[in-house]
Design a protein around this ligand. Sequence first.
Ligand code: PHE
Length: 381
Amino acid sequence: MKHFLRGGAMSLVVALLAGCARLGGQRPAEQPLKIGLVAPITGSIATFGKSTRQGAALVFDRVNDQGGLLGRRIQVIVEDDAGKPEEAANVFTKLVNRDRVAAIVGSVATKCSFAGAPVCQRGGVPMITPASTNPKVTEIGDYIFRVCFVDPFQGEVIARFLVDNLGLKRVGIIYDLTNDYSAGLADYVEDNVEKLGGEVVSRQTFSEQDKSFKAQLTAMQARRPQAIFVSAYYTEAALVARQARQLGIAATLMGPDGWDSPMLVESGGDAVEGGYFSDHYSADSPNPRTQEFVAAYRERYGESPDALAALGYDAAGLLVDAIRRAGSAEGAAIRDVLAATTEYDGATGAISMDAERNARKPAVILQVKDGKFVLVETIAP
Ligand code: PHE
């Protein structure tokens, strides 16, 4: 877990040698600059962690290859929260109190960021969540930032697409009531569907770890929804989709960003084919900055980057940029510079921080077609 950097010890040696050469044989510089990265490396949302880490590594390794940050080598300490808030509280506490990192990129799941943000805020350690979209995350304090859009916007995008674009007015919603992200989005989608003249004909719930959704889907089907919003991460979403099709439910399926995983198609198969979800970016975007990232990612990992990879890359890139602009690895200095971010040129688009430390950015709608995620539409905030 600790061997985050490509080549591990080797790149350390190279960095030190490079440092010596630059300093003309003087005493090689200071301690490494420690940055924490918290993500779900294991568990039911593990593809999120893998992508986030790979995206961030692209940035941190490049900086080290080019001589480091403020003359220091970046040492990334990767911690796995497994998508569980209790784990997140532990690893954030370790990073802040024991490792004394300068800043943290993470976490991914909203409920893990809820657990970690108070630790960062108390410790005066800036935190940038790449992907947690629930608005309450950044409300925790002035050290907490994000590079993604927020769920009130995502909920509006989903409702507009279903009701206005597809003309599907009778909407069913199923969500995980143990998950703040999932439950929050259920509300935002419902409010917006109704605002647009549609009707939420059924609202069904489940709990994390549930494997059968047939009772809820049967009850929902009695209300004849034309579309079902499955407010869940990919593991549950694939199960819901499969069971819906087994019950003969033909409604259009739609999800949020949490559907973005190769596992959605691997587990969901034909049941998710034709479904839609909202997301943060498309690898097919013509934006040159996006294409530069996509090429570098493909070359290193041999696969196409999903939204988590792009957001991990942007969170890491923005952090490095902020530390450079601040000229300091001190928490308050980094925080002030992050808060003043305007038009940072990210792989997921231009990032500007608003007064609530949220990024205002467009969303995309993707469709599952022949098992691939195809860009349907880009929606500006
Ligand atoms: N937005 C999700 C959350 O807050 C995390 C996520 C982001 C998942 C992007 C997939 C893609 O929990």
